[in-house]
Ligand binder design. Structure first.
Ligand SMILES: [Zn+2]
Length: 167
């Protein structure tokens, strides 16, 4: 399993110097490490998880797990077995998505099953903001809140983004 922390730190309950520095630099978080260790434990009984790459875990209203390309299905497991174990442990809905080749694709994956009706850039007080629009009638399909969405985008793309609903 590949993740932001090394295999030794996935096994143990302490962090090595390298991983500690990543935590201090906020390249990982205590919540993420907890989830990574839980998935690592699951990988001992689920061979399909052994070569899975986990890019980032964000603990929000839903637990968002971003995997390497082609790895999402492995983390979901057959019939959802693995994702159900994660959901049960953290008592949250789980959103799993793969790294995307570009911003627009990532946003589409992130919002799926809601549709993106438009993405445009605007400037507020000389600050660039990317505005993503979702049809109002699909509001209840959203798994993440608009606030969570903005946080995810800034975490992955260092961009300021806002989500609005199109009436
Ligand atoms: Zn380490």
């Amino acid at each position: 399993m590949k993740s932001s922390i090394c295999e030794e730190c996935l096994k143990k309950n302490v962090l090595c110097d390298t991983c500690n520095k990543k935590l201090a630099a906020r390249k990982t978080s205590a919540e993420e490490i907890d989830v990574l260790r839980f998935i690592y434990k699951l990988s001992e009984k689920n061979a399909s998880l052994k070569d899975v790459k986990i890019v980032r875990v964000l603990d929000q209203s839903a637990l968002l797990i971003v995997t390497g390309r082609g790895d999402a299905a492995k983390l979901v497991g057959k019939g959802g077995t693995i994702v159900k174990l994660i959901a049960k442990k953290y008592k949250k809905s789980i959103r799993i998505l793969e790294e995307a080749p570009n911003f627009n694709r990532f946003v589409e994956n992130l919002l799926n099953p809601a549709d993106v009706s438009g993405i445009n850039t605007l400037y507020k007080d000389s600050e660039e903001i990317t505005r993503i629009r979702v049809p109002e009638f699909q509001r209840n399909r959203m798994i993440l809140t608009p606030e969570d969405f903005s946080q995810v985008v800034s975490c992955f793309f260092k961009k300021k983004a806002e989500l609005v609903f199109d009436v």
